[in-house]
Design a protein around this ligand. Structure first.
Ligand code: ATP
Ligand code: MG
Length: 356
């Protein structure tokens, strides 16, 4: 890992508008209007066309930021109650606690005579014996929330297939069956989501639509850089191309360029090193041996034509197909046009070639 010797600033010492931190809403956003609006529409249709969505994509593709953006948008409507859960704890208990903690709800639950005693949440009602089972508490709370005409969105970041998620999902499935006003957005790496969706008992998850986050619009990125760095269109386009629309790269290139007072040529080596140290090493370590070999074949092809790649790798079509699909699903490659593939991540081909 490179040391964090970065100290923002310069571009005449004003605060750097770009950020390298993951998971937080960045000050400089490139709109994901289409992906976000699709989900918002599905949730707010009457009746809703979907109550569960799963966002996947490679590390740094903006899953957390997109999910948070949707939650923020929905929260503008006072009838939506947002609950962000962290996978480390018991999710059903956490949901009960979070709902019971909301000031306006706690009072309401009490008035309606719902008494609860659970880790993290106590609602005392005189002469009522408290609910001590988290599942029952959540279901009762949601029935009251429904009566109040409100809706709950649960967000769940970075899920993987473990006991806690499975337990939560099976409870969630029952809540949906009871037609309670509850919605869910989850994010996760493709492999983790896939393994969770393959769980036979969780049918609603199996059917839940996955949204794979595509690259950001290069035009929008160019517009952003053009404004920030006072560039002409050609240079702004050139800078945008250097990111391939990969969200982390957009922040990183902006961040380093700001520090270099707009001279993006001077920081290209550093840019590549950051991409490698902070994301590509990790992505690479999570690829199987065979995926790496196939990815290297793609990196070595000049044209990006599938025929050339199969030749390099000595693969027949039916052997190539599953690898192509895996790399596509993980968000490592994309299909720019029929019969071609290319990497979603900037300088990933160079990274693979240098690391073989
Ligand atoms: N729409 C966007 N516009 C501009 N920058 C973005 C956008 N979405 C994400 N980013 C930036 O990209 C980086 C990664 O975003 P985020 O943390 O959401 O990715 P992630 O997919 O959740 O990654 P991980 O799998 O590691 O959790 C952050 O620096 C964030 O600021
Ligand atoms: Mg994330």
């Amino acid at each position: 890992m490179v040391k964090l010797y970065l100290k923002g600033k310069t571009m005449s010492e004003n605060t750097n508008p770009y950020t390298l931190s993951f998971g937080k809403q960045p000050p400089q956003m490139v709109s994901r209007f289409y992906e976000m609006q699709n989900i918002i529409d599905a949730f707010t249709n009457d009746p809703p066309s979907n109550q569960v969505y799963i966002l996947t994509g490679v590390r740094g593709s903006g899953k957390t930021v997109t999910m948070t953006g949707i939650a923020k948008e929905l929260q503008k409507d006072k009838d939506w109650i947002i609950v962000n859960l962290t996978a480390e704890y018991d999710l059903v208990e956490s949901l009960a606690a979070e709902l019971g903690e909301k000031k306006e709800l706690k009072q309401f639950f009490k008035l309606e005579g719902l008494s609860v005693s659970l880790p993290g949440i106590t609602i005392d009602v005189k002469n009522a014996s408290p609910v001590t089972d988290a599942k029952v508490a959540v279901s009762k709370m949601l029935k009251l929330i429904k009566k109040k005409g409100k809706t709950v969105l649960v967000t769940l970041d970075e899920v993987s297939n473990n006991g806690s998620i499975k337990k939560f999902a099976s409870v969630f499935q029952i809540l949906l069956r009871e037609e309670l006003p509850v919605y869910l957005i989850m994010t996760g790496l493709y492999e983790n989501i896939r393994s969770l969706q393959d769980e036979k008992s969780l049918t609603f998850l199996y059917r839940a639509p996955r949204v794979e986050l595509p690259p950001l619009s290069l035009r929008a990125i160019a517009d952003n850089y053009k404004k920030t760095f006072f560039l002409d269109q050609e240079r702004a386009n050139e800078m945008a191309e250097l990111t391939k629309g990969y969200p982390y790269a957009f922040q990183l290139l902006g961040f380093l360029t700001w520090r270099a007072n707009g001279d993006y040529y001077s920081i290209l080596t550093e840019y590549r090193r950051y991409l490698e140290d902070y994301v590509y090493d990790k992505i690479f370590s999570e690829m199987s041996e065979k995926d790496r070999i196939v990815a290297l074949g793609i990196a070595e092809s000049v044209s990006g034509n599938v025929d050339e790649i199969k030749n390099i790798l000595n693969l027949r079509q039916n052997e190539w197909n599953p690898y192509r699909k895996r790399l596509l699903d993980k968000g490592i490659i994309l299909v720019p046009e029929r019969g071609k593939v290319s990497f979603m991540l900037p300088f990933f081909a160079e990274f693979l070639q240098e690391n073989q």
